[in-house]
Each structure stands twice: as C-alpha cells, then as structure tokens.
Design a protein around this ligand. Structure first.
Ligand code: FAD
Ligand code: EPU
Length: 339
C-alpha cells in the first residue's frame, strides 16, 4: 500500500530533493478511507499533496504523503444561463479551466495556467487577474478524517478571504477535499478590467475578445512574468501582498509617491501594498545566492536554481521578511505552506 523513502522531488514545484518516509496515491474515497484506517491506527503524521505547487519542504517528511489523483469532470444545468461544473480534486486545475472553455462556459478563464490541483484551489481561494474562485464557487465535498464521513461545504462555510479559507485555519488537517463545484455562465461575461489583460488584448489587435482570447492573454502575461517551474523551481508568490493600516500606507506614499497601493473592498481603514514592490525597493530583486534567490523579473517569487535545500529557501524568506520590516515597518506573511 505504501512506498517507502520515496523521493518527493517530482512532486514539489520548488524541485527540492526530500523524501517521504511513506507515500501512497488515492483515486477514490474508498482508497482514501482504507489508507486512513492504517494511518490512524499507527498515529502516523500525514500530508495531503496535490501538485505540490504551494509547498516548501524544509526536510524529509517523517510520515505519510498522500497524493490526490481523484479524477472526473461533469456538467449539469442549473438554469437557463448557469451550469454547475463539478470536478474531482485530483484534476489539474489548468486542464479543468481549458475543459470549461471548450464547453463555452465563462467564469474561470482569468485563472488560466495557475499550477496545481482542483482540490487545492479552495485551500487558499486561488486568485489572479481580478478573479478569485470564491466568485464562482458553488460547494465542495470533503472527507472528514476523524469520522470517515463526507461533508459538504458551501461558500459561507469555507470562510474564503484573500489567499485564505477555513481549511488553512480552524479546520487545518481535518479534511481532505475530494470534489469541488463551480457555477459558470453560458452567456458572455468577460472580466478584462484588470489592466494587463486589456493591454495584452490591445497589443494582439483584439477588439471583441472571446473566452479563449482572454484565457490566451492571461497565459501570455503569466508566461512573461513568472518562472516556469519545469525550468526554475518556484512556488509562485512566496509572500502575500500585505494589508496595512491607512496611516502606514500614507507614510509610505509620502516617502515613495510611486508606491503601488490598492483599496480594499468594504474596508476603509486598511490598504493593500504590493509585496513585490517592497522587496524590490530593498534591493533584493534578482538577488542570487549559490543555488537559489529572488527571481529577476518578479521579486515576490523565490527560486531554486537547482540544488537548494528547503532550509536555504526558508532562510532567504526570513531575510526578505526582516529587510522589508526594517525598511518599511511592514510584516510580510508567507503564502507558501511550510512543511
Ligand atoms: P499543493 O502544493 O499540493 O498543496 C497546497 C496545500 O493544500 C498543502 O497544505 C496541502 O496539504 C493542501 N492540499 C492540497 N490538496 C488538498 C486536498 N485535496 N484536500 C486538503 N488539503 C489539500 N496561486 C494563486 O492563488 N494565484 C496565482 O496566480 C498563482 N500562481 C502561481 C504560479 C506559479 C508558477 C506557481 C508555482 C504557483 C502559483 N500559485 C498561485 C500557487 C499554487 O498554484 C496554488 O496555491 C495551487 O492551488 C496549489 O495547488 P497544489 O495542488 O499544487 O497544492
Ligand atoms: N512589482 C514590483 N516589483 C516586482 C514585482 C511587482 O514593483 O518585482 C509591482 C508591479 O509593478 C505592480 C505590483 O507590484 O505594480 C503588483 O505586481 P503584479 O501585478 O505582478 O502582481 P503581484 O501582486 O506581484 C499577485 C498575486 C499573483 C497573481 C497576480 C496577478 C499575490 C501574493 N500574488 O501578484 O498570484 O498571479 O497578482 O493577479 O497576491 C500566487 O499567489 O502565487 C500568485 C502568483
């Protein structure tokens, strides 16, 4: 049932060479349940892994790594203009997005090319280019580890926030997400208000974009900005964009009038800053240590150039947090899950 001392290098996009003491795959609730009978009987620590694109392993994992391979995509009509798209948690997110596009359904095209699995998408309410999954989320089904029951969570129960959900907080390590469903639209409803998308469409000479045009534009923007994990190990943004008090934001703008500062919907007392900008101002963009560093084009992304250890990358992240705190008084929070 379990593989022993199994290399996790192909299973984390940082490409860190670590081993799992035990490793198993599951592609149904029944298999998952059987695995957990043993894990609970032996009190083994466990980790659920999808695409490994939002984790940093600091060391070998002394327990069981369970790789989610639950597949299947289906559609059902909700009403004249809306369809419920239901997807197994082990499907690759981008392939699911492409599938919805080929069905002519609107809603997640701005989230094209985000790495990872569908099952992890609610964990941090993935987002990009003006859309988060909470905007189209219907419900999810999750395996309750303590009882073996399947529980259904609606949007409210997931407590979604910016790169947040109840599964990262109060219910951490209590559930395995097995299926997620989204409400998508049949009629054209594109969201190209995010500046970079409009610029990209204009550059391509497209006046009335189709669903596929928007997806392709997002893919091109992402490919131009973010390192491809198949070439350079990384986990996307290493830190969240920080939310700070208005007074701290104003202090920073007084010193740096060009600083990117964003309003927060429904919160007049705080502003969001761009972590990438803060890190760049500290002179850290492109910093290259022996085998890892801060990406040259996007300071929010830490990279492994080949043989870095998880601890080296973690230490670099602590240095970044320290330097940003010292220069700006802003405390960056890691987005990547540290294992
Ligand atoms: P993993 O890394 O395997 O797991 C992440 C966490 O979720 C872990 O704690 C794991 O235990 C838990 N988990 C995974 N699956 C399940 C499950 N089924 N049930 C319970 N817990 C589970 N994110 C964005 O939001 N927006 C972006 O634009 C974006 N761009 C990225 C670009 C690059 C190049 C990379 C490498 C990453 C990017 N990310 C982005 C981060 C990442 O793609 C997302 O967080 C993604 O959802 C992670 O999916 P995964 O399957 O790889 O999760
Ligand atoms: N910036 C810099 N220097 C840098 C990087 C960014 O000055 O090195 C500035 C940019 O000029 C811009 C601002 O910071 O004014 C924001 O940059 P960008 O639009 O590239 O987005 P981001 O805030 O760095 C966020 C998400 C990404 C998501 C993009 C697009 C977070 C933590 N990151 O990045 O998500 O793809 O917006 O919507 O919210 C991820 O979560 O892993 C991720 C990649």
């Amino acid at each position: 049932m379990f593989k022993v001392d199994y290399s996790l290098k192909p299973f984390n996009t940082f490409g860190i060479e670590v081993k799992a003491q035990k490793f198993a795959r599951f592609s149904s609730v029944e298999e998952l349940n059987n695995l957990f009978q043993e894990i609970k009987a032996q009190s083994w620590p466990f980790l659920i892994l999808g695409g490994g694109s939002n984790v940093l392993f600091r060391d070998d994992f002394k327990g069981v790594v369970l790789r989610n391979e639950m597949k299947g995509i289906s559609y059902s009509n909700l009403n004249e203009n809306e369809v419920i798209a239901t997807c197994g948690a082990g499907e690759v997110w981008h392939e699911f997005v492409l599938n919805t596009i080929s069905e002519g359904l609107y809603g997640i095209e701005n989230l094209s090319l985000i790495p990872g699995s569908v099952g992890a998408s609610p964990m941090q309410n993935i987002g990009a280019y003006g859309v988060e999954i909470k905007d189209v989320f219907h419900e999810l089904k999750a395996y309750h580890i303590a009882t073996g029951e399947i529980h259904t969570f609606n949007k409210e129960a997931c407590a979604f926030g910016y790169r947040e959900s109840v599964f990262k907080r109060a219910l951490k390590n209590q559930y395995v997400i097995v299926e997620v469903s989204f409400i998508l639209k049949k009629k054209a409803e594109l969201n190209t208000s995010y500046g970079a998308i409009n610029d990209e469409l204009k550059q391509a000479g497209i006046d009335s974009p189709t669903l596929k045009d928007v997806s392709d534009a997002v893919i091109r923007i992402r490919q131009s900005k973010l390192p491809n994990p198949a070439e350079i190990g990384n986990a996307g943004s290493f830190f969240k964009n920080p939310v700070v008090s208005n007074s701290l934001a104003e202090k920073i703008i007084r010193a740096y009038p060009e600083a990117p500062v964003y309003p927060l919907k429904g919160d007049e007392n705080h502003k969001k800053l761009a972590a990438g900008w803060l890190i760049e101002q500290c002179g850290l963009k492109g910093l290259t240590l022996e085998n890892h560093g801060v990406h040259k084009k996007q300071a929010l992304v830490l990279v492994n150039y080949g043989s870095a250890t998880g601890n080296e990358i973690f230490e670099l992240s602590s240095r970044v947090i320290g330097e940003v705190k010292e220069k700006f008084g802003v405390e960056l929070e890691r987005e990547v899950n540290i294992i």
